[in-house]
Design a protein around this ligand. Structure first.
Ligand code: PBG
Ligand code: MG
Length: 331
């Protein structure tokens, strides 16, 4: 409404100082919202920068523990672990994934031993262990659902035994959440949580991650199990099904091109919703920042608060450490 030619309702009044802006901010990001993805590899005393992910590293377990200490020191309280498996340990039935002395299991044990308060989540999927680079058992060029679910359930129990607080199935097989819940309960792990990658799209934004783990599919693509980017109704269905099957948290992945999906899922489930700000999204921002085309810190924070505004309760992001540091400085 205007009085004469001047507005007497002025939105700018509440934007006039940092204190005012902070007071009326509708969404606030905090380090506890962030899940840091971490990559572990075999060996000792080594860290390797992932070429398509500047400033992001794969660590041997000893150095990973130092990195976890740093994450903890900046206020990060949860991480999701991914293991890089040497080629000679890959096969078509996830043998190494179930090895109680496997890298993933050793890493979980070591992290929980040194940092009992750090929430440790583990990736459940066969691709890093698969000679075909697929998320399930391959037969005649097909990715078998039910056979894969059996292995994934065993994987979940194996990670729970090692001490994982939450298992995070990222495979998109049907029915795996229910099967996993049952397997965990039967093994006495009724307190181990499940964060389901419920609406995981067949996305080309995963490229840098597949470089990090050397896990790109050996043939074809993942479109027979990961979702079609054209769909949002289907995401609601997938998330609701996972909730019914016992998921404690549901996830949308990737993040930036799927903000509407986050909102839709948030409005249709009663469990917390997480989003995965994936490797390709990280790579894009880093590349533009390196060229001096974008301000890295500003765009990072704008992106992360955007996820919260869209409806995400939790954010898995390669920016977790950097964002936490900034949040600490600002507060
Ligand atoms: N199933 C494994 C998995 N878990 C997380 C990602 C991608 C994460 C990222 O790109 O940051 C992938 C890759 C894939 O499905 O091909
Ligand atoms: Mg599903």
């Amino acid at each position: 409404m205007t009085h004469g030619q001047f507005p007497y309702i002025r939105g700018r009044r509440l934007r006039n100082s940092a204190a005012l802006r902070a007071m009326v901010a509708e969404h606030n990001l905090k380090p506890a919202d962030l899940i840091a993805p971490v990559f572990v590899m075999e060996g000792e005393g080594e860290k390797v920068e992932i070429p398509s992910m500047p400033d992001y590293y794969r660590y041997t377990l000893d150095l990973l523990l130092e990195e976890v200490k740093q994450l903890k020191d900046v206020g990060i309280r949860s991480l999701v672990l991914f293991a890089k498996v040497p080629d000679e340990k890959k096969d078509n039935k996830g043998t190494e994934a179930l090895n109680p002395k496997g890298l993933m299991q050793r890493a979980v044990r070591a992290i929980k031993e040194q940092f009992p308060d750090m929430l440790v989540m583990t990736d459940i999927a066969m691709d890093p262990y698969s000679s075909y680079g697929h998320d399930g058992v391959v037969e005649d060029g097909e990715i078998l659902n039910d056979k894969s679910v059996e292995i994934l359930s065993k994987m979940a129990v194996s990670h729970a035994k090692a001490g994982a607080d939450i298992v995070a199935p990222s495979d998109m097989m049907d029915g795996r959440i229910g099967a996993m819940r049952e397997a965990l309960d039967e093994a006495g792990f009724e307190h181990t949580g499940i964060m389901a990658y419920s609406a995981k799209y067949a996305s080309s934004y995963y490229g840098p991650f597949r470089d990090a783990l050397d896990s790109a599919p050996g043939f074809g693509d993942k479109k027979t199990y990961q979702m079609d980017p054209a769909n949002v109704q289907e995401a609601i269905k997938e998330a609701q099904l996972d909730e019914q099957e016992g998921a404690d948290i549901v996830m949308v992945k990737p993040g930036l091109p799927y903000m509407d999906v986050i909102r839709a899922v948030k409005e249709n489930v009663s469990v917390p919703v997480s989003v995965y700000n994936v490797s390709g999204e990280y790579a894009m921002l880093k590349a533009a920042a390196q060229k001096g085309w974008l301000d890295e810190d500003e765009v990072m924070m704008e992106t992360l608060v955007g996820f919260k505004r869209a409806g995400a309760d939790l954010i898995a992001t390669y920016f977790a450490k950097a964002a936490s540091k900034l949040l600490n400085e600002q507060s």
